[in-house]
Design a protein around this ligand. Structure first.
Ligand SMILES: [Zn+2]
Length: 113
């Protein structure tokens, strides 16, 4: 499952950050997922819980926020908001879009217990 490998990455990133900060336990992790990232927020949340077992994140609460997608339209030259891949440019209706944001996943915040 795609989300499970993402979740394992999240755990690794947070553990590395926590070790640098000399934290022992993590109580909350806030994640941002781009609207175009092909990631189900609920599934990612669930998988983070699974991947966190027997780590310093075992008791952590995972929050997943959706971040809007953006694209540059080669048709009309505007930067536009994009809900999902496959939709036309909301300005001119063209499909010649270059995604500029919304495909990434980020760890936004780590709260130490
Ligand atoms: Zn356009």
């Amino acid at each position: 499952m795609h989300e499970l490998s993402l979740a394992e990455n999240v755990i690794r990133i947070v553990e590395a950050a926590a070790q640098q900060a000399r934290a022992r336990r993590i109580s909350r992790v806030r994640l941002g997922v781009g609207a175009l990232a092909h990631v189900e927020a609920e599934t990612l949340q669930f998988c983070c819980g699974l991947a966190a077992r027997q780590t310093m994140l075992a008791d952590a609460v995972f929050e997943v926020e959706r971040m809007p997608g953006r694209a540059h339209c080669n048709g009309c030259g505007q930067d536009v908001a994009l809900e999902r891949i496959g939709l036309p440019c909301p300005q001119c209706g063209g499909f010649d879009l270059l995604v500029t944001a919304g495909e990434e996943m980020q760890v936004l915040e780590i709260v130490v217990a």
